[in-house]
Design a protein around this ligand. Sequence first.
Ligand code: ADP
Length: 484
Amino acid sequence: MNILFFTSEAIPFAKTGGLGDVGGLLPKALAASEKVFLIMPDYMTENIKKIKTTPIESFSVQIGSETFSAIVKKATISPNFTVFFVSNEHFFAREFLYGDSSGDYPDNFVRFLFFQLAAMEFVNKKHLHFDIFHCNDWQTAMIPLFLKLNYRSALFEKTKVVFSIHNLGYQGTFAGSLFRETGLPAYLFSPEYLEFYGKLNCLKAGIIFSDWIATVSPTYAKEIISTEKGFGLDGLLKKFSYKLSGILNGVDYSQWDPQIDPFIASQYSSQSLDRKNPNKQELFSELGIAKNSRIPLLALISRISEQKGMDLLLKLLPVLLKEDLHFILLGVGDGFWTEKLKELAYQFADKLTFLNYFDEKMAHQLEAAADILFMPSIYEPCGLNQIYSLKYGTVPIVRATGGLQDSIQDFEPATRQGNGFKFNGNDIKEIIKLIKRVLSMYENRDLWREIQKNGMMADFSWQKVVPKYLALYNKILTEVPKNG
Ligand code: ADP
């Protein structure tokens, strides 16, 4: 099968979040058996500059009355895995991918419109044939529409399009006046198609014109057709729910495994869990936390945003911090919540450490050092940290939503089954009650070891995920009639 991934980010080249992980790791894992290609903007990051690329095509792209030049560079990563970078200095040679501290770049719509138009033109010019186009999020959501409207040739006759939604909270909604720039026929700017309350909504193009919509967990696929979690698109998604499903993301155990993790002080496995605690001692001393390492350490590693449950956290912490424990929060993001968390960390300085920065190494150290990972996200399409935590014997306490619901099973002391703990709702008293129950289990060393081992044994690798995507691609190639 020939598969082409369209994505706005992919590790190791450029990443801002979960999309970057999937964008890099899923194609790489699929390349073990399929011919895989990836096309993304050339952000001219250090990691892109490091690899050998060859310019293979240059042409111009018309947007409204303006013409922009596009150069496509090719990098061969492995015999089965090729990456194409779409270059244009004006659009992509910037410090960040989507915006800086003053907000999103004002020309984001045109930047990614350019990327999509150039990507389609490139594939067409080169006469490259693909069975599957796999598009991701709003930045590539117009591809299914461009393909069906502007490229109705024999080359693409059999190509089917999967559109992945990684987070419905980001829809690529822009001023309606920008629709003109797309060059699309006027009827498409209507509520039935790309209009969303007078604005232009890019995600709608992916939902309507793709042959299949994938999300990053089965539970999230169900949640996005509900009013509470549908971000205004639940009606549309419900209409297309016959072509919607969810596959839980995998994780990269070459990066996230305490047996080989180079960032942590003491490597360990499920057979040597005694070696986990030195990581807590080391972190406490590094951070100047003068406490005995038997004290339970709770951690939260997260973007600071409303989605991640910061409101609940701020209400919960003053009560929770009465207990004999320490809480470390690693995260950056929204200024409003950050200020509130800083105030709280000042008030509870002896029990709450707020590490307000982004640091890959610290994320690893914290996974290894903590006893419990807390994830109160309001919604979580997949979530990665709870899956890393399982491997690190760090027991997750999570809200039962999206990928958290799918990856965590409640531990039942009677059957000794389960790998963590889940809660619903926002009742602080109930959540505190649950955390206290978990803390009492932490005191029972043998029981705790069992919960840890249950988590450590599970396999969430991308290799396990690949057959699910291949089954989906095969299904839409053979059973699903072409959309449009
Ligand atoms: P999202 O993509 O919604 O931000 P995910 O849980 O899917 O959430 O992925 C978050 C990723 O970013 C994880 O790999 C996590 O470890 C990492 N991360 C988040 N905040 C930080 C931080 N402050 N420092 C280091 N890594 C972080």
